[in-house]
Design a protein around this ligand. Structure first.
Ligand code: ATP
Ligand code: MG
Length: 276
């Protein structure tokens, strides 16, 4: 799977006029690659992710090219795009509470995701659900499938979201802040699981986060967004060792260094308008 985003711009019509959210963003995800999309709040990460699957609200205006294996997705009909969503491209949404249906049992939600794209026998379906539960770190206790989302912990909910996103073995997983609401230990567990799934299935991953440390551990490539623009991109090590853009340098400078006295305040990020 290759995803090419070229000159993507997104703006919203609002009561106060046009708000530009993403401007002239281009990047590429190669087969099997994990790419991190990093940037501060409001920098346009989720808008970029939602544009890929055409999930932006009605007041959004999008220009540019989004190609999946060379096919122009922006030219697809809504019907054709539905065959891509959840099948070739799986997505974990930023807010698990709104993404899972609170009135539907977990098992039914995973099964519906399968049925949207394939007609399997009951037995085949159960095998698929069991396999996915294992991959997503949900274990093999099938009684979980009879619970509603409110009956399980935040970490388990996040794993159910992952299960729904990967149940059809997508070629690309878009994970929008998949661990922000979780504590540090769980964050690491969940990202390790995504990495394991990636290694065993060969899927590509677009991992969205404002946490450079986290993304850097799991991704081979980084894209840095700042105020709607992609200000820096390339292999992880190259960016960390020789950041070119002031925003990236600021982010790297405020990270605690090994052995640093953590009782001293961290340097403040200078937010200059001149970054753009
Ligand atoms: N429906 C909307 N109407 C108007 N403006 C919007 C809408 N949704 C998002 N925006 C604006 O678009 C910009 C980009 O938002 P986006 O959600 O992509 O940021 P983000 O990088 O994902 O931030 P976060 O880290 O907080 O999730 C922001 O300035 C936001 O206020
Ligand atoms: Mg977001």
């Amino acid at each position: 799977m290759t995803l090419e985003i070229e000159r993507l711009s997104i703006s919203y019509r609002t009561m106060n006029g046009i708000v530009k959210a993403v401007e002239d963003v281009s990047f590429m995800i190669q087969p099997g690659q994990c790419t991190g999309l990093v940037g501060e709040s409001g920098s346009g990460k989720s808008a970029t992710a939602q544009a890929i699957l055409r999930l932006l609200p009605g007041n959004a205006m999008v220009t540019g090219s989004i190609r999946l294996n060379g096919e122009e997705l922006t030219a697809y009909s809504e019907h054709a795009l539905r065959a891509i969503r959840g099948k070739q491209i799986g997505m974990i949404f930023q807010d698990p509470h709104s993404a899972l249906n609170p009135t539907m049992k977990i098992g039914k939600q995973i099964k519906e995701a399968i049925q949207a794209h394939a007609s399997l026998t009951q037995w085949q379906m159960e095998q698929q659900v069991k396999k996915t539960m294992g991959l997503a770190g949900l274990g093999n206790d099938l009684s979980l499938l009879n619970l509603y989302p409110f009956q399980i912990s935040g970490g388990m909910k996040q794993r159910v979201m992952i299960a729904v996103a990967i149940v059809n073995q997508p070629q690309l997983l878009i994970a929008d802040e998949p661990t922000t609401a979780l504590d540090a230990a769980l964050q690491t567990d969940i990202l390790k699981e995504i990495k394991t799934i990636q290694d065993s299935t060969g899927m590509s991953v677009l991992l969205i986060s404002h946490d450079l440390d986290l993304v850097q551990t799991y991704c081979s490539n980084l894209c840095m967004m700042y105020r709607g623009r992609l200000v820096e991109q390339g292999p992880n090590a190259a960016i960390i060792n020789a950041p070119q853009h002031p925003y990236t340098r600021s982010l790297l400078n405020v990270r605690p260094k090994p052995g640093q006295d953590r009782t001293k305040p961290l340097p403040v990020i200078e937010m200059e308008g001149a970054f753009r």
